[in-house]
Write a protein that binds this ligand. Sequence first.
Ligand code: GLN
Length: 511
Amino acid sequence: MTAATDQNEQKQMLGHPVGLFYLFFAELWERFSFYGMRALLTLYMIDVIFEALAERDFATAAVYASYGSLVYASTVIGGKVSDQILGMRNSIFLGGILMSIGHFVLAVENDIAFFLALSFIIVGNGFFKPNISTFVGTLYPKGDPKKDSGFTIFYMGINIGGWVAPLLCGWLAAEYGWHYGFGLAGIGMLTGLIFFWSGIKKNVFGDRGLPPNDEVLDKKVMGIKQGILVPLLAVLSAPVIAYLLSSYKSLGAEGTFFEDQNIVNVIFKLIGLAVVAYLAYIMYKATLDERKKLIVAVLITFFMTIFWGFHELSGSVITLFAARNIDLDGIMTAAQTNSLNSMFIIILAIPISLMWTWLSKRKWNPRTPYKFGLGLVFAGISFYVLAISGASANENGLVPFAYLLLMYFLLSVGELFMSPVGLSKITDLSPLRIIAFMMGVWFLSSAFAFQIVGFIGKQLAIESTDKNVGGFDTLEVYTGGFDLIAKYALGAGLIVLVASPLIKRLMGKVH
Ligand code: GLN
């Protein structure tokens, strides 16, 4: 059946295939669980897991970084296994089940359970996240102009989850205890799976997302059917990852970005080198025109890594800053501040995409490198707002909430200048034969960003025997750090803007 006739057969809703709305709700609830848990993670480590350590900030920053790196790096494997063996539907189910296990295990207050839970979420996300995103793309015939708005709707689903979850999980954690907050995240994930399952029952996806062929699941490797072997290996990998993650537990020494010899970081540096070497090889083999576009694809992925490296501080250093140095009295808890980024994305996504259309009609729509440069400049200004907030501190070293609100507003504008734009450019700039690989590299940018987050988090770690630190001492550490981050982000943004005319030339016809 051709894509066009198949498209006609798909039921439509609001001008989109009805399957989009099932994927929308499935992803909304998956992100609900992901961000609900993320809102609590740093504070839970400080208050419970590493409570007895004077270097609890340092250890928390390190675990947060390895968790974040692995949770995004696993998507590369999950995407590949789905393409070759499981198919998207099975992968989404497997991923969702593993993530719910992770969230429920997290509800148990115990160190071993904690690291095991993170590992289940890492493996589960690897199967869920890339496949649900690709699934959205398959609902539309190639070149369908509706696809972009389909992705915008999907991005809204992500952020509705990211907005509501920290508010609810944060409230439950504060009122009733950590495990209620984590438990709700688990229930959210199960709800997502029910939505996905009901879409399959109602046959809204046609024959999309099935394994690549009928025999692949029954094919035996080492005497075991692949359809059983993959979930088995996924489950068995969790304790191994848990072991690697928990090796941070005894880590107290001051590390630097390059000297830290923790095994997860070492693995990341090796993967990074391998990816760079492989990209160099691909570019060497490519035609001149392909090479030019690939250089741009690599550059925008690199700029995105820098941006996420600052942006993803929201779940770690900025949450701690909120807990210790922002006057949140009567407004929200520190965990709940994690909802602000998603809230602004929901408010701004449509106006900004309308702005691009409006500018396009007048031929003023800036080309991708300019948007990326501006996105980094916005990130820089947003951190500058936090850097100067110290001047308005009250006698307890607490700064007004408005600074945090303004900061997240600016950061979210920057995100919308980069993330959705970059996602669609990657597909335009990659030669068809390596599109999936380039998508993997794009997701790896988030993984590497967490190494930057970890580095900054460790630099700004406060060593103290009192876990309720705060006041002017921490204020000075944080605002000093934000000032430096602002300078780096602004500097990077300006360099990108200056280099933009050159990058633009390499892009050829791609906007
Ligand atoms: N907020 C987006 C999401 O959850 C992107 C996060 C990222 O790639 N670092 O999908």
